[in-house]
Design a protein around this ligand. Structure first.
Ligand code: GLP
Length: 241
């Protein structure tokens, strides 16, 4: 695990964007694993800028997102498909058919998970996977107790994660308790993994991931097993290391 500690969130986003743009410039047909949450937004803005300025093209790229709420269709403003369209895809030259987010409205979620895995394999596997981290150490929606070799599947969200993500939902609005998420084994199959974290509220999770044992209690600790994992954090997220 390579740990990069930078001053603030802006530097973390710039560093992450540089890794992604270097990958795309080296291989235009890259398969990018993408993430939601507030942390990657600034990185996406930088990629949008590079694309607008003609420095970077996504025309040959494919993307696979980590996760989606089960029970929300892609048009729902709180769905991760909607988030990705709004925060990135609508603003870059990517072919929408090449963007993949697990289907939150799948009639048969079990088959949909298998199909998602098969599509990743058919695309040649993920070249570079972007990750955030939950306060409880989750990656994607792999909550504590997730199997370290798990594949894409339906996961129940913990109370803590539901509370953390409640800020995106209106009061009284239906908030799903289930998700479809790439498994930890799926994430570890990516050729490179880049995890971004900023802010004091991530410091405990970062410490557990980096210095703790490899354990299902902290799903992100599985990244210790990856041979090309880069953790990019700001001083606040690093302050318990
Ligand atoms: C959600 C997502 C995760 C993300 C996490 C942290 O639970 N499923 O992929 O890492 O939120 O989000 P934030 O970056 O907003 O702290």
């Amino acid at each position: 695990m390579q740990i990069v500690i930078l001053n603030d969130a802006a530097e973390v986003a710039a560093y992450g964007a540089e890794i992604f743009s270097t990958q795309l410039k080296r291989k235009a047909e890259s398969v990018l694993g993408l993430a939601t949450g507030s942390t990657p937004v600034a990185l996406y803005q930088e990629l949008i800028r590079l694309n607008r300025d003609g420095e970077l093209s996504f025309a040959s790229a494919k993307t696979f997102n980590l996760d989606e709420y089960l029970g929300l269709e892609g048009e729902h403003p709180q769905s991760y498909r909607y988030f990705m369209n709004e925060q990135l895809f609508n603003h870059i030259d990517i072919d929408m058919d090449n963007t993949h987010v697990p289907p939150g409205d799948a009639k048969n979620p079990v088959t949909a998970c298998q199909d998602y895995e098969a599509r990743m394999v058919a695309a040649g596997g993920v070249d570079i996977q972007l990750l955030g981290i939950g306060r409880n150490g989750h990656i994607g929606f792999n909550e504590p107790s997730s199997g370290l070799t798990s594949r894409t599947r339906v996961k129940t969200l913990t109370k803590e994660t539901i509370e953390d993500n409640a800020r995106f939902f209106e009061e009284g609005e239906y908030q799903p308790h289930l998700s479809i998420t790439m498994g930890i084994g799926t994430i570890l199959d990516a050729k490179k993994v880049v995890l971004l974290a900023t802010g004091e509220n991530k410091a405990d999770a970062i410490q557990a991931m980096v210095e703790g044992p490899i354990t299902a209690s902290c799903p992100a600790s599985a990244l210790q097993l990856h041979k090309d994992a880069v953790v990019v954090i700001d001083l606040k997220a690093a302050n318990k290391l």
